[in-house]
Ligand binder design. Structure first.
Ligand code: PEP
Ligand code: MG
Length: 602
């Protein structure tokens, strides 16, 4: 019997492996049945690929090339640090260089590729695991810690492998991806393979990975402790993204009961597109504008059929994943034109890169202890102006004849807005001097840092519109990491501080007659929408799959009634009281729209 925090269920007698039920946190709706594929690696994620004989030669060459790249990187680092190394004895990177130069390590990787007929990534993992286990068993503390160097060197080779074309293997359509953490870029790479569902150990409802999973309509759950020790590639599993369960080796009865759930989920997807489109009005006639959070033209076209009136948030950093690095000015111009053409008159609000230093710069050069509080978003843009200026030029050029506006992420006050405006004007003049045509994008600020809320009056004066990024606003106001499942209980959307912040921002924007679009995940959740309307939100931007559900809520409630709800919670001191009052109100006043057994704590 497995005794573990997530363990719920039964060991059933029989010849086959027993059914195991694991509790999880549902973060993307739906039910899926499929075969587990385990993903490993932190910076560069990978899974086992079984090669054909004809692919082995290519794989050995990939490995050799990657080791060459890693060696050259280390040579460069060591020579840059030469002076300091001489002072402090043999440096860390010197020992990494020695490790990688040891031809027996490469031979071990090669042997594994050859004998096991697996991809280079998998071979590196197998050998590294053996080394790490050996080192961890050593008593001498100093020697024991050398496993970290082994892992570091492996990570470097894995990262280098990422830039060489990987062996092609059809990723089975019914796969369920299991990982400790899953990076958004991995998810984007998987988009063409269309796995059925995702299970992870870490991540939160508002982490980019699950925002993407919802956008792609893949059921997802998180919070499954030690997932990679509990499942193996090839296990049959069910992911229940409604109730928050993972079932490994399901019995025939379980499988049958979930097969109909899975079929319902897929037919529900088809039905959603049949929901009516057109303007969205509350019961008492107040128009609420709905936008899509989207970076894909095809996705926006679908959103438009459901009534989206433009793209409220285009996360341009997703281009970074697509291009596997910083896209050139020409690539950006093209991408922005394509999305603006899809958005048409509704227009698209393109957010400048919201990347962290770890994603943009050399992975080993920039490890920050607190990336969410570090060189991120506009700070990175202003710190590395060449990159920001390239993006601003691309936006200016693409906006000629197209409705493109610019949003700046992670604004802490007016200074960043002025700095960006100055750069924008400078680039406009430079482009004009070269005879290039430019448009006149409006400039907006993401309001997601608490200091921005406190100086919102000033920010409103210096911007054309606001985007309320509730995901980060909640994370920073409550000091609860949005990517960390273990503090999910502190990430409380209805915390009084969050509601007061939202209300203040919406009022300031309304008083100044400037638009404010709520574009965090809160805007796409039916349970929070009545609260947002009551607080004064009139523009909501969300993932395409939320539109039909949110439409149903908006058109089913009276604005007056939502104002009453907002007034009722305004003076409450705790998040528990607010959640309780809101859930009672939803059930009592809009019982036809919300399940009667609903509660925020479940
Ligand atoms: C937010 O922070 O709410 C937001 C919309 O942006 P992101 O989720 O990309 O940080
Ligand atoms: Mg944000």
């Amino acid at each position: 019997m497995i005794s573990d925090d997530n363990f719920e269920g039964a060991d059933l007698p029989g010849e086959t492996a027993p059914e195991i039920r694991l509790r999880a946190r549902a973060v993307s709706r739906g039910v899926a049945i499929g075969m587990i594929v385990c993903f490993h690696g932190a910076n560069r994620q990978f899974y086992r690929i079984d090669l054909k004989d004809s692919q082995i030669e290519h794989e050995l060459k990939r490995l050799d090339k990657a080791i060459g790249v890693a060696k050259r990187q280390l040579d460069k680092i060591v020579s840059r640090k030469q002076g300091r190394i001489a002072e402090s004895g043999p440096g860390i990177f010197e020992s990494h260089r020695m490790l990688i130069a040891d031809s027996s390590l490469q031979s071990k990787f090669e042997k594994e590729i050859y004998d096991q007929k697996v991809n280079a990534e998998w071979a590196i993992k197998l050998i590294t695991d053996v080394y790490v286990a050996k080192y961890k068993a050593i008593e001498d503390e100093h020697l024991r810690d050398r496993y970290i160097d082994i892992e570091d060197v492996s990570d470097r080779i894995l990262a280098a492998l990422g830039s060489t074309p990987a062996a092609k293997r059809a990723f089975a359509k019914d796969s369920i991806v299991a990982a400790k953490d899953l990076k958004p870029s991995t998810l984007v790479e998987l988009a063409d393979h269309g796995p059925q569902a995702v299970i992870t150990e870490n991540g939160g409802w508002t982490s980019h990975t699950f925002i993407l999973a919802r956008e792609m309509n893949w059921p997802a759950v998180t919070g499954v402790k030690r997932i990679l020790r509990r499942v193996k590639t090839g296990d049959l599993a069910i992911v229940d993204g409604y109730g928050g369960h993972v079932i490994i080796n399901p019995t025939r009865e379980t499988l049958e009961s979930y097969s109909s759930e899975a079929a319902r989920f897929h037919s529900g997807l088809a039905a959603a597109s049949a929901i009516s489109s057109g303007p969205v009005k509350t019961l008492d006639g107040r128009q609420i504008r709905i936008f899509a959070n989207s970076d894909a033209p095809a996705v926006y076209r679908k959103a438009k059929t459901l009534g989206a009136q433009g793209i409220g948030l285009y996360r341009s950093e997703f281009l970074f994943n697509r291009f596997r690095g910083f896209p050139t000015e020409a690539e950006q111009v093209e991408a922005y034109r394509v999305i603006a053409d899809a958005a048409g008159d509704g227009g698209v609000k393109i957010r400048t890169f919201d990347l962290g230093a770890d994603q943009l710069l050399d992975q080993n050069a920039a490890r920050e202890k607190n990336p969410a509080l570090g060189m991120r978003a506009i700070r990175l843009g202003l710190g590395y102006k060449k990159l920001l200026r390239t993006q601003l030029r691309a936006l200016l050029r693409a906006s000629f004849g197209r409705k493109i506006d610019i949003v700046i992420p992670m604004i802490s006050g007016v200074s960043e807005i002025r700095a960006v405006r100055a750069l924008l004007e400078h680039e406009r003049e430079q482009l004009a001097a070269k005879g290039k045509e430019t448009g006149s994008p409006l400039l907006g600020a993401m309001v997601e840092v608490p200091s921005a809320v406190l100086v919102i009056e000033e920010i409103v004066k210096e911007t054309d519109f606001l985007c309320l990024g509730t995901n980060d606003l909640i994370q920073y106001l409550l000091a609860a990491d949005r990517d960390n499942e273990s503090v999910a209980g502190w990430f409380r959307t209805l915390h009084p501080a969050v509601l007061r912040a939202i209300s203040g921002v919406l009022k300031s924007a309304a008083n100044a007659g400037k638009p404010a679009i709520v574009c965090g995940e809160m805007a796409g959740s039916p349970y929070y929408v009545p609260v947002l309307l009551g607080l004064g939100a009139t523009e909501l931007s969300m993932n395409v799959h939320s539109i039909a559900r949110v439409r149903k809520i908006v058109t089913g409630v009276a604005l007056e009634e939502t104002k009453k709800l907002a007034a009722a919670i305004e003076s409450l001191a705790t998040v528990e009281e607010i959640e309780d009052t809101v859930s009672q109100h939803l059930k009592k006043n809009w019982g036809h729209l919300f399940p009667q057994d609903f509660s925020f704590s479940s």
